[in-house]
Design a protein around this ligand. Structure first.
Ligand SMILES: Cc1cc2nc3c(=O)[nH]c(=O)nc-3n(C[C@H](O)[C@H](O)[C@H](O)COP(=O)(O)OP(=O)(O)OC[C@H]3O[C@@H](n4cnc5c(N)ncnc54)[C@H](O)[C@@H]3O)c2cc1C
Length: 382
């Protein structure tokens, strides 16, 4: 890896953040005729939200029709499966069941099916209790919505794939480089970077892409955007997970979700499986003021109660605190769902500064589609 002082004084495209989104964009934009840098403050790629999630390839059921979330999730679902098959990235198209526990929830399943179909989610099917029992004998519910195109992915392998593609195209991924200053200059931006104890260094870039995840609002602020006025201020929303031991992980084959509550900030505590077949419950939703990934073991009872309804075989002793992630949400508690913001800030006097704000779930699923979307914005600028 190059030392920052060896970086060229001018780049064509600089991407802030080597999470799955920044890396997908780097893979998409890397080209031998361009200088492309990715600046990452951590030692390695994907150390923040991109390694603290459920690892689910969503099908796009829940998002408002016409939103970027719906569009990019649907496209991303297809693109991810293609990428996985082509490049041997670990994945499994397990399918998912949203399980209703009451007649009222069964009605909600019909609405979810209609919403998902409108968004392009393929193969959605309402099934009865007896059909549910045939598919998942150990799951309790009176009806369910089956989403066959939902799956799981090895997100680290996906990020490694994006890193390799970006480097093959000539992009430089520079670690331990924290962006601390952004100044508009003629035909681009002067970026100031802090490199641990080695001090600061500046260079210019024609296009700047902000993929800083939990810090994207701060990066927008560094560029001079009034983030309160622009509606870019993030609300951190923590999601904790509990692992399920006791040899229970083989008792379900699919991802099992409850019907989400209206205005729920997440999808409800659900069952996910990883590629090794381990089962876990989560994530819950809890607005927090700071970034702290500890899991509060006093939440075990509420996880147990939520899961027991659908999975009667779970015992209290099976649950152990596992990990937590933090969602970079644009909506605060009780507010309506907000869409991804992905835009060139030309109208704020910052042409060529592309902000990606509020890239919460389904950001992992959407990552290859987000990359194409950003590439179309870049094409219009260059
Ligand atoms: C609990 C939870 C569950 C989720 N489950 C799913 C799921 O099942 N499926 C799905 O599709 N999505 C899911 N998501 C969403 C998904 O994980 C995110 O949308 C995605 O990982 C966001 O990637 P990112 O690259 O935008 O952000 P990040 O991974 O946070 O990357 C941003 C990077 O920017 C770097 N950075 C920040 N500031 C600076 C700076 N000043 N200088 C240099 N670098 C900087 C950070 O160090 C970080 O590496 C989930 C999220 C959470 C929290």
């Amino acid at each position: 890896m190059k030392n920052i002082s060896e970086m060229k004084f001018k780049s064509d495209i600089t991407i802030i953040g080597a999470g799955v989104v920044g890396l997908a964009i780097a893979a998409q934009l890397a080209h031998r005729d361009r200088v492309v840098y990715v600046l990452e403050k951590n030692e390695r790629s994907g150390q923040e939200t991109s390694s603290r999630h459920s690892g689910v390839i969503h099908s796009g059921i829940y998002y408002p029709y016409g939103s970027l979330k719906a569009k990019l999730c649907g496209e991303g679902n297809h693109l991810l499966y293609e990428l996985c098959q082509e490049h041997g990235i670990g994945h499994a198209r397990l399918g998912k069941l949203i399980v209703a526990a009451s007649d009222e929830e069964t009605g909600q399943l019909q609405e979810l099916k209609a919403k998902g179909q409108r968004n392009g989610a393929v193969g959605l099917q309402l099934i009865s209790r007896s059909e549910l029992k045939k598919l998942e004998p150990n799951v309790e519910g009176i009806a369910a919505l089956l989403s066959p195109s939902t799956g799981i992915i090895d997100s680290h392998a996906l990020m490694e794939h994006f890193v390799a593609r970006a480097r093959d195209g000539g992009a430089e991924i520079a670690y331990r480089k924290k962006v601390v200053g952004i100044e508009k200059v003629s035909n681009g931006y002067k970026i100031t970077v802090e490199e641990n104890d080695k001090g600061k260094f500046s260079f210019t870039t024609r296009i700047l892409i902000n993929c800083a995840g939990l810090y994207c609002d701060k990066i927008a602020g560094l560029a001079g955007i009034d983030i309160a006025r622009a509606g870019y201020r993030l609300h951190y929303c923590k999601g904790e997970y509990f692992s399920v031991g006791g040899g229970k992980s083989k008792l379900v084959k699919r991802l099992i979700y409850p019907v989400p509550e209206v205005k729920d900030t997440g999808l409800g505590v659900h069952v996910t499986l990883d590629l090794e077949g381990r089962m876990r419950l989560g994530p819950n939703t809890q607005y927090v003021d700071s970034i702290d990934y500890s899991v509060d073991s006093s939440h075990k009872k509420s996880f147990y109660d939520s899961a027991k309804r659908m999975l009667p075989f779970i015992e209290y002793e099976d649950l152990e605190p596992e990990m937590a992630g933090i969602r970079p949400k644009l909506q605060g508690p009780g507010e309506d769902v907000k869409d991804f913001v992905i835009r060139d800030e030309r109208d704020k006097g910052l042409p060529g500064f592309i902000n990606l704000i509020g890239i919460e779930s389904p950001g992992l699923t959407s990552s290859p589609a987000i990359a194409r979307y950003v590439a179309s914005i870049v094409k219009d600028i260059l």
